[in-house]
Design a protein around this ligand. Structure first.
Ligand SMILES: NC(=O)c1ccc[n+]([C@@H]2O[C@H](COP(=O)([O-])OP(=O)(O)OC[C@H]3O[C@@H](n4cnc5c(N)ncnc54)[C@H](OP(=O)(O)O)[C@@H]3O)[C@@H](O)[C@H]2O)c1
Length: 345
C-alpha cells in the first residue's frame, strides 16, 4: 500500500522539505512497533534540525523530520507484547514524525488515555514535558512564586504559562506586540520584548521590585544576562536553548559564552546573592532519568484529559503543508502550535 512522508536530503530552508510517496509499508524489527501517525507536532526545534543546527541531531541524510507524534500501534515486532496493537501512544522521536507510518522502539512509548484529541495530545511530548520538568524538576516552587517566561507566546512558553496557572504560580511573559493577548489569556502579565528596558519592566511587576523567583530563557547567548538580571535573590535562571544562534543572529562563540555564563553563575552563586543558573535539555534528562519521563508524560495526559491544561493548537494541516508551516515558523509570531495530520487530504 502506498504511504507518504516528508524527506530532507540536504540541510537548508523550508524548500528542502519534500513529500515522498513509498510503495511498501515498513515492517517493525525486534523491540519495535509500527505506528500509524495521527498527529505530528511542528515547532522551532524542527526548523533547527532542518537547518542542521540542532546539537542532538546532525543526520545522516536523508531523513524524515518530526520531533513528536501521537498515533496508534498498527503492528508489533518480535519481543513486543501483541496486546499493544491498537493502543494510542505518544513518542518523542526527535526525527521521523512527519509521516503516515513510523517505526519506533517500543521502550519510550507512553500510552495516551482514550478520549483525548490527538492534535492536543501531540503538544505534550516536547512542549508540555519540557515545561513541566523545568517547573518541577529544576526547583521546588511554592504556590504564589513568580516566574518569568521569555518567549511566552511560543509552544514551550504557552505550556509554561498553562502549567504555571495550574500550579498556582504568578507569571510574567514576553513576546512580540502582536502576541501579547496570547500571554494575557493565561492570566499572566505580558511585556513586548521589542519595546526595550524589559529588565526594569519585569522588576516593576514584582513586589518591591525584588525580581522573579525563576526565569526560563531559550533565546540564549547574550540574552541570558538580561534574564539573570531579572532574578530575585536566590532566584534561578533555567536556560534551555540558543534560539538567536539557531537563526543566525548570533555566532557560535556568543552562544557558547552564554552557556559558560550559566556555569559561572551556578558555581559562583554566593557572589550573586544566591542567584544561580542551570541548563535543561529534554533529551539529556530522558536518558539520565527515563522513569521521570514516563511518569511526567502520564501526569500531563491525565491533566489534559481532566481539562486542567489547554494546549494552543492554532491549525491542523496535511503533510503537504509542511513547507509552508516551516516558512511560517521561520517568520515567527505564530502564537501557538501547528499540527500536521498525516491522514487528512
Ligand atoms: N532544551 C530543551 O529541552 C528544549 C525543548 C523544547 C524546545 N526547546 C527550545 O525552546 C525554544 C522555543 O521553542 P518553541 O517551540 O516554543 O518556539 P516558538 O514556538 O517559535 O516560540 C518562540 C518564542 O520566542 C519569542 N521570541 C522570538 N525572538 C525573541 C527575542 N529576541 N526575545 C524574546 N522572545 C523572542 C517568540 O515571540 P513572537 O513569536 O511573538 O515573536 C515566541 O514567543 C527553541 O529554541 C527550542 O529549540 C528546548
Amino acid at each position: 500500500m502506498a504511504w507518504q512522508h516528508l524527506r530532507i536530503s540536504q540541510f537548508g530552508g523550508p524548500e528542502v522539505l519534500q513529500v515522498v510517496e513509498e510503495s511498501t509499508i515498513p515492517e517493525p524489527g525486534p523491540g519495535e512497533v509500527r505506528i500509524k501517525v495521527l498527529a505530528a507536532g511542528t515547532g522551532f526545534t524542527d526548523t533547527m534540525i532542518r537547518r542542521g543546527r540542532y546539537p542532538d541531531f546532525k543526520g545522516p541524510l536523508p531523513f524524515t523530520p518530526g520531533y513528536e507524534i501521537v498515533g496508534v500501534i498498527d503492528k508489533v515486532g518480535g519481543g513486543v507484547a501483541a496486546a499493544l496493537e491498537g493502543e494510542m501512544v505518544a513518542d518523542l522521536c526527535v526525527v521521523g514524525g512527519y509521516a503516515q507510518y513510523a517505526i519506533r522502539p517500543s521502550r519510550f512509548l507512553v500510552s495516551v488515555p482514550a478520549g483525548i484529541d490527538p492534535a492536543e495530545a501531540v503538544c505534550i511530548p516536547l512542549a508540555y514535558l519540557t515545561a513541566l520538568q523545568m517547573l518541577t524538576r529544576c526547583r521546588n516552587l511554592p504556590a504564589g512564586a513568580t516566574i518569568l517566561v521569555i518567549g511566552a507566546s511560543g509552544t514551550v512558553g504557552t505550556a509554561l504559562l498553562d502549567l504555571a496557572r495550574h500550579l498556582g504560580l504568578k507569571a510574567i511573559g514576553t513576546s512580540s506586540a502582536a502576541n501579547l493577548a496570547v500571554i494575557e489569556r493565561f492570566g499572566a502579565a505580558a511585556i513586548d520584548y521589542r519595546a526595550g528596558a524589559f529588565v526594569e519592566r519585569v522588576r516593576q511587576l514584582t513586589p518591591g521590585g525584588a525580581g522573579v523567583d525563576i526565569a526560563f530563557d531559550a533565546i540564549g547567548g547574550g540574552h541570558f544576562r538580561h534574564s539573570f538580571a531579572c532574578l530575585a535573590p536566590r532566584g534561578l535562571l533555567v536556560g534551555y536553548g540558543s534560539q538567536t544562534m539557531a537563526v543566525g543572529r548570533e555566532g557560535l562563540i556568543a552562544a557558547g559564552l552564554g552557556l559558560a555564563r550559566l556555569k559561572l553563575w551556578s558555581a559562583g552563586s554566593f557572589l550573586f546573592g544566591g542567584r544561580s543558573a542551570v541548563f535543561y535539555s529534554i533529551t539529556a534528562r530522558r536518558s539520565t532519568h527515563p522513569e521521570e519521563f514516563t511518569a511526567d508524560m502520564a501526569t500531563l495526559f491525565q491533566l489534559l484529559r481532566a481539562g486542567a491544561i489547554q494546549p494552543v493548537v492554532i491549525e491542523r494541516l496535511p503533510l503537504a503543508a509542511a513547507r509552508e508551516v516551516h516558512a511560517r515558523i521561520d517568520r515567527g509570531g505564530l502564537g501557538g502550535k501547528i499540527v500536521l495530520m498525516p491522514w487528512s487530504a
